[in-house]
Ligand binder design. Sequence first.
Ligand SMILES: NC(=O)c1ccc[n+]([C@@H]2O[C@H](COP(=O)([O-])OP(=O)(O)OC[C@H]3O[C@@H](n4cnc5c(N)ncnc54)[C@H](OP(=O)(O)O)[C@@H]3O)[C@@H](O)[C@H]2O)c1
Length: 266
Amino acid sequence: MTNVAVLGVSGRMGRCLVKALRDSEDLRLTGALASPTSAALGRDAGEVAQAGPVAVEVTADRARALDRAAVAVDFTLPEAVEENLAAVSKAGIPVVIGITGLDGPRLAAIRRASQALPVLVAPNMSLAVNLLFGLAGRAAAALPADYDVEILEAHHRNKADAPSGTALRLGEIVAGARGGTLAELAAYGRLGKSQGRAPGSIGFSSLRAGDIVGEHRVLFAGTGESLEIVHRATDRMTFAHGALAAARWLVKRPPGLYGMSDVLGL
Ligand SMILES: NC(=O)c1ccc[n+]([C@@H]2O[C@H](COP(=O)([O-])OP(=O)(O)OC[C@H]3O[C@@H](n4cnc5c(N)ncnc54)[C@H](OP(=O)(O)O)[C@@H]3O)[C@@H](O)[C@H]2O)c1
């Protein structure tokens, strides 16, 4: 059995991870972290996830959450990532990070931590989205540069960051396949009088509505034809199972920075 600590255990993803761990034959939950103001503090993590008791108390104490863990899975929010990294570094355990909306300094902190620890970061843990990354790159490289690219994503009303981390990763892949960078080519939303479309730009649109788990659509539109590649997540358990596959894979690796494509062998 491999012991797992879930950071962000009371959140939408954390609760799915508790359920997936309850059903796992080789991984078990041994630590459960929530924020210092969480309504879940002191409660059984399994009860919080409505998965039945698991005898692991939700705590805001990182050292306690990591105490018995062989690997941590972090689905907190960007503002917690640096403290989480300090705690896993002190404990000397690998960490799978699913948080999105990480800015430059936080990504730099992740890179620093990965010099001493195995660290895996992925804005999307699903198998099919990681295939979508490859397909979008192939299409962007194969189609002429005058095929306009638009990336559309839809998520639930409470999602904190926009565009989604997955949409931004798709943008980086398309930009790279066309010999540019996302910073040069991204066009985020549109308002008011249009000046027309900048050649080669990559447009982003974000919908926030209801309880949509996650939808990503990459549109390549030429003159007289268009191609769309679409992924729909309908259940967060798909991300939870992906994150646990990543945790299983990561415990056996040397220090370094890894992504889901390493786990999936893509
Ligand atoms: N990579 C993927 O496949 C994937 C899939 C889905 C979501 N995500 C990303 O994963 C992250 C979490 O998503 P979610 O929908 O589960 O969010 P959420 O429901 O808001 O949950 C956030 C969790 O983090 C905890 N937390 C917040 N601040 C904290 C702090 N300072 N210290 C410790 N714990 C803290 C919260 O505790 P309390 O609320 O109880 O206080 C809660 O347990 C987001 O960045 C989201 O975009 C990634």
